[in-house]
Design a protein around this ligand. Sequence first.
Ligand code: ATP
Length: 413
Amino acid sequence: MLIGIDDTDSPAGMCTTYLGAVLVRKLEGAGVGVTETRLVRLNPNAPHKTRGNAAVCIRAEGDPETAFSIAEALVDDLADLSCENTNPGLVVAGEAPPPQFYWQAVRDFCTVSEAREVLDEVGALARGWKNCRGLIGATAAIASVLPDRTYELLAYRSADRFGTPRRVERASVFAAEAATWPHTWDSVDRKNRVVVCVPHTPDPVLYGIRGESPTWVKAAGGRIISEGAALAQIWVTNQGTDAHLVPGTIGALLDGRSYGVEATVAERATTGEGGHVEIAVRDDDEILRCMAYEPTKGFRDVVRALVPGDRVVVCGSYKHGSLNLEKIQIRETAEDVRYRPPLCPDCGKRMTSAGREKGYKCRRCGARAAEPEPVVSQRVIGPGWYEVPSTARRHLSKPLVRGEPGLREDEFD
Ligand code: ATP
């Protein structure tokens, strides 16, 4: 059977994966054998997410009614039901619903009634609390398929420490990544010297190590020196797989979806207030504004180094009329040409503009010229993929260390 759970946490605490890890122990204690623990991230633009839009699916062997009542009691006990935005969902099904619902939840938006329809089709046991929104994530979790997968070792704190500062030895996290990269990633951001895998929110997570296999995440976790973890669980996940990205065309992008878009740089980037960088790309006459926000740090220099005519693929979520960049491919570079007033052919002094579309004029001798002088600079960037740093990476974004993104139209099997 498949047990799906979502929406048990609030900004004040809890985490659906923690509840899942506790449930695994309770099920095993009741003689229900757990065969897989799965963590899926859903549409990063879902409006009601608390943090990372996670949902869990536990695959187990045993009596569904027993599993359901154990899980139901645990949600009642642990979910932060006092928070208006916490609306848990619990489902138990003997078979997985069609994966189409999962892809819709990762790439698009779903409703509770759509989830209920899917659950009815497979005769699932289901309970939604309050407005029942968590049934969407819980249903997507049991419908999920992982054509590409990664693993995360999540270590959880003991309950008496929830909300207090975490004690994790910083140097040990850098050492753990150094010893296991590229088989694990995003524990630290080496460039920006930041520990990434230890959250600062009041939830039960002590740290999370992401990697390509259970063996590698365990190897990294074994090197971390920290306060004692009360629980640890290895989850198989869709994190770091780009499951949210589909090919897109400028002019036909839908708000809240995530895309990879082929385009040509239309204008040089500008840096706005707060250090946010904006660049316009185009496809024929259609223009798309792309953003690299301040937290993307050095990635903004890549965007600033683009020049009109560069052929690119821009990847990220389309929200409120702009694409928030997660990574970018430079396919072909154009010549970096800027124009300045020419030197006066008669006296050699640099001319000045004679007005809009009026050419240039020499202030010393009055000579006139029509054309500016092109100045070609050497490019500081070449073809290839470029990504935001680990500190700014979204859960679903595939790190380049895992290979190039494969943009797929549909994967409904
Ligand atoms: P948690 O640890 O509790 O899972 P979270 O940050 O992952 O926290 P949730 O609290 O689960 O976020 O909030 C996300 C809510 O949005 C859930 O109720 C989930 O069912 C719903 N949801 C997820 N994906 C979609 C989607 N594509 N369309 C509509 N609703 C969605």
